[in-house]
Design a protein around this ligand. Structure first.
Ligand SMILES: NC(=O)c1ccc[n+]([C@@H]2O[C@H](COP(=O)([O-])OP(=O)(O)OC[C@H]3O[C@@H](n4cnc5c(N)ncnc54)[C@H](O)[C@@H]3O)[C@@H](O)[C@H]2O)c1
Length: 260
């Protein structure tokens, strides 16, 4: 009997997979049996992750803010993997600033990668799933910042609320085609993004990065910093048949920080 959590025989593409949560997602999908296209703005980083996964993992440079490149890379992945059933729109960026000091450049950068990038990746995936009659699964990486405000993060929070609303809308539009669209909302995950944020937040609040991290842990009921793998295992579940009756959901993976 095949486990509903197995991804054997599936083909997947992950964006922003050169490090952090995306690299963990690509690795988890491969562990469950999928063949994975590892993509990232940093093509060399994507290659390193694909080499680490081994087997049939392949790497592509992909800037998710570029519509033409997103289409081209998705077609190349489909050709190389001989199909595609799973797409994880994970690429994201952050900066931190008080809203009164926030620049248009910061706003546009966060919106371009986090909101528009998710749109372009989902559009490319849905078009191809529909053309091939594939009952595919899409998992977008939102954030707990997609459900609540966070100081110094007005632009990032706006971009992540966008991902949650976008996920619900696309899920309703494509459900009749058997395509599922869900999102994950991670909490405080130890990645290069978090390392940068600890320094920025410390500077904005007059604290050390270590004190900011200690506060993050104290805010987390399960009592530790989240790992990329904590997120990736939930993404792997959402991508598979175990989640066959779930769509439009934005699942908190926060160690209990958010419970709604
Ligand atoms: N780290 C956290 O605490 C946390 C919490 C909640 C949500 N998230 C979200 O998780 C996702 C991954 O974050 P992370 O912490 O692994 O970040 P990270 O900075 O460690 O990794 C992000 C990856 O995305 C790539 N990237 C950046 N711009 C890109 C673009 N235009 N096109 C394609 N790739 C691009 C980077 O090269 C990098 O490899 C993001 O969407 C982020 O917003 C992170």
């Amino acid at each position: 009997m095949t486990s509903p959590f197995s991804l054997t025989g599936r083909r997947a593409l992950v964006t922003g997979a050169g490090t952090g949560i995306g690299a963990a997602i690509a690795t988890a999908l491969a562990r469950e049996g999928a063949r994975v296209a590892v993509t990232d703005l940093d093509g060399k980083a994507a290659e390193r992750v694909a080499a680490r996964i081994g087997g049939e993992a392949i790497a592509f440079a992909l800037d998710v803010t570029d519509a033409a490149m997103t289409d081209t890379v998705m077609d190349a992945a489909i050709a190389a993997l001989d199909g595609l059933e799973i797409v994880c729109a994970n690429a994201g960026v952050s900066t931190m600033n008080r809203m009164v000091d926030l620049t248009e450049k910061e706003w546009d950068y966060n919106m371009a990668v986090n909101a528009k990038g998710v749109f372009l990746t989902n559009r490319a995936a849905v078009r191809r799933f529909m053309a091939a009659g594939t009952k595919g699964a899409i998992v977008n990486t939102a954030s707990m910042a997609g459900k609540m405000g966070a100081p110094f993060f007005a632009h990032y929070v706006a971009s992540k609320f966008a991902v949650v609303g976008f996920t619900q809308t696309v899920a309703k539009e494509v459900a009749s085609h058997g395509i599922r669209v869900n999102a994950v909302c991670p909490g405080f995950v130890i990645t290069s993004m978090q390392e940068r944020e600890l320094v920025w937040e410390g500077r904005l609040r007059g604290m050390t990065p270590e004190a900011v991290r200690a506060e993050m842990i104290s805010l987390t009921p399960l009592g530790r910093i989240e790992s990329p793998e904590d997120v990736a295992d939930v993404v792997a579940f959402l991508a598979g048949d175990g989640a066959r009756f779930m769509t439009g959901q934005s699942i908190n993976v926060t160690g209990g920080i958010r419970m709604d």
